[in-house]
Design a binder for this molecule. Structure first.
Ligand code: ACM
Ligand code: ZN
Length: 622
């Protein structure tokens, strides 16, 4: 009987739901029940909160509403005014224990956002903003006042506490304003951690008052533009003018901006490798002590090292100063110390490093690397912070207090979680946002491909992992090939929608085609907010294959099954009246120099025309 009743209720909810425009929420909330009826938002209504301390958040909601066209809402403390949008404090029915959870209730009289903590109000607000934007018609820039919000109850909370994005601000520098706009956007999708990779061979980006050369020297390189690798080395006397850094004042501003949106900024200095900017500033800290310049993409050679001298005690004094100042600037409980990709060759030739190995009874330079990480992790702990690092497999191990990022693949995360480390999953093949989103032939060379559909398959809980030690995951955006804000946005969206869904949503995961339908509802909002994004997920996927007699053939595919693919071999641009690809491998006609392909949906061109030389197809086909 109870079952029949529940089934009847479910049918009712589904049938009522069907009458409304789809909500297209990203990420999908844990529980959504749409009811009949609606609330009408009108100018002059009050957003109320329990205390004056919460007014800032209420005002943020009013300004976010204004930014989508629903201006004219007032804010007040609940004891003083009767609210129509009410921020209410309380434990969530069915979601107690979720610090960031919320319940959003829309009834004909009012909107309530119930949360145990302000973060929950913020996330409830973001959901409400998305529901209001579901009312936008195609191309319509302003929400018309008086439009209806369906009555509903949403109970929602995150699947993971670490829902991160990383920006490498060393390879290319991005100003405080760019970072704040980025934070604004990520927070709308309930992402809550921004990891800043602040130092690398190409620049030092954080002011350390005790060590002025870090930014006086280390933040600047000779200007070069275009493809990052193989650039002309600095000419004699050439000025290093490209770069920049965050002052302590900038950091304070960014951290406060982020905190208002419940985003934690986790700072990283990458040591002992990836340290050329530090070494360019203080050459005495490398094994060779040679004077060097910050890398501008010029070819590396064996006379140079980007690794700190582990045998030199001054290195630890300097790191203590740096980490001490950073602990004061960044409220995050974590400080990331890098630790990846250390070239140990110079340690093998360095007297101080070899002495350290003997004095500490170490067996190898790999154990020396563990020694260094353990010592620097202790410095971080001494400043009241939790050390974090990139996972590297080392025989001497890593200190168990250290949280680790699994980046090459899942294996580091699986192994470390089982040894008691907290882990953040950012396996390159699924979450690296520097990788190509479309055909590699059409973009500047970078390491690999990571399409939207691949990102959507990211699983932060692979088999064998100790789930209780998984903090969450992140998308990591390395910026060798990201010279400006538009490209930064382009590499992030829409792949970050996938990450948001995976890392927040505790609901069953929609199919990829369903999820793309949601994404398509959000792209006009990015347009309106002048946020750039990639449409390469509409492109054809071109691969070569070998027939039994080894002749080259072509296979075409698309990330979305509802796309039709048209092609040509005669060096003209195909459209929907050209031959359509039917799934069978194509022979390459005699004399053809280029394949061109394009995709359509419902008679409308969707992807780019890809022009791929036959020589390139030969190259990519073993
Ligand atoms: C990394 O990609 N080297 C962490
Ligand atoms: Zn050394």
């Amino acid at each position: 009987m109870k079952k029949i009743f529940l089934f009847a209720m479910l049918c009712l909810v589904i049938s009522v739901h069907a009458q409304h425009r789809p909500l297209n929420l990203i990420p999908e909330p844990a529980h959504v029940a749409v009811q009949s009826g609606h609330f009408v938002l009108k100018t002059g209504m009050f957003i109320t909160c329990p205390d004056t301390a919460d007014l800032g958040l209420a005002k943020l909601l009013a300004s976010q509403l204004k930014s989508i066209g629903t201006g004219g809402l007032e804010t007040a403390v609940a004891s003083e005014k009767k609210g129509k949008i009410k921020l209410l404090r309380g434990l969530l029915p069915g979601a107690a224990g979720h610090a960031e959870g919320y319940q959003l209730i829309v009834n004909p009289k009012e909107i309530q956002i119930l949360a145990a903590q302000p973060a929950g109000w913020f996330y409830g607000m973001q959901t409400l903003l998305q529901i209001l934007q579901a009312n936008y018609k195609n191309g319509q820039k302003q929400l018309i006042f008086g439009q209806e919000i369906p009555c509903l109850t949403i109970t929602d909370y995150p699947r993971f506490q670490w829902r991160g994005l990383m920006i490498d601000v060393s390879r290319n520098f991005f100003t405080r304003d760019v970072i704040e706009r980025y934070i604004d956007q990520m927070a709308k999708y309930k992402m809550n951690t921004l990891h800043l990779h602040l130092t690398d061979n190409q620049g030092w980006r954080v002011e350390i008052k005790a060590l002025p050369k870090l930014t006086g020297v280390g933040a600047w390189r000779v200007p070069r533009t275009g493809y990052w690798r193989g650039q002309k080395a600095p000419e004699p006397g050439e000025k290093a003018t490209l770069g920049g850094y965050y002052t302590a004042e900038d950091i304070k501003h960014m951290v406060a901006y982020a905190a208002r949106r419940f985003v934690d900024i986790v700072p990283e200095i990458d040591v002992p490798g990836h340290s050329l900017a530090l070494i360019a500033s203080y050459p005495e800290l490398s094994c060779t002590k040679t004077v060097q310049q910050v890398l501008a993409g010029d070819p590396w050679n064996a006379s140079r090292t980007n690794v700190l001298c582990v045998g030199n005690d001054s290195v630890y004094v300097v790191l203590d100063q740096i980490i001490g100042e950073m602990a004061g600037m960044f409220p995050s409980k974590y400080i990331h110390i890098g630790g990846d990709e250390v070239s140990r060759a110079y340690w093998d030739k360095c007297e101080s490093c070899q002495k350290r190995i003997r004095d500490e009874h170490l067996k190898s330079s790999e154990e020396l690397q563990s020694y260094f990480i353990k010592r620097v992790a202790k410095i971080v702990l001494s400043k009241g912070k939790i050390p974090m690092g990139w996972y590297e497999k080392l025989p001497g191990g890593l200190p168990v207090e250290m949280a680790l990022m699994s980046w090459k693949d899942d294996k580091g995360g699986i192994a470390s979680s089982n040894k008691g480390h907290k882990v953040v999953m950012t396996p390159a093949a699924f979450t690296y946002l520097d990788f190509y989103q479309g055909d590699p032939f059409m973009e500047n060379a970078i390491f690999s491909v990571n399409r939207l559909s691949t990102t959507y398959q990211f699983d932060p809980l692979p088999a064998g992992i100790d789930q209780k030690n998984v903090l969450g995951g992140q998308g990591s955006l390395w910026t060798e090939q990201v010279p400006n804000e538009r490209k930064l946005q382009f590499m992030t969206w829409p792949r970050a929608f996938s990450l948001s869904q995976t890392l927040w949503s505790a609901a069953p995961k929609p199919s990829f085609p369903d999820f793309v339908k949601r994404i398509e509802a959000h792209l006009p909002r990015l347009d309106r907010d002048t946020v750039n994004y990639s449409r390469y997920f509409y492109d054809a996927i071109v691969s070569g294959l070998r027939a039994a007699d080894k002749t080259l053939q072509v296979k075409l595919a698309a990330e979305l099954e509802d796309l039709k693919i048209y092609y040509s071999f005669d060096d003209t641009d195909p459209d929907q009246y050209y031959p359509m690809y039917k799934g069978m491998p194509l022979d390459i006609p005699k004399g053809a120099q280029n394949l061109r392909v394009v995709t359509y949906r419902d008679g409308k061109v969707m992807g780019r025309i890809l022009k791929i030389p036959v020589t390139e197809l030969e190259r990519r086909t073993p």
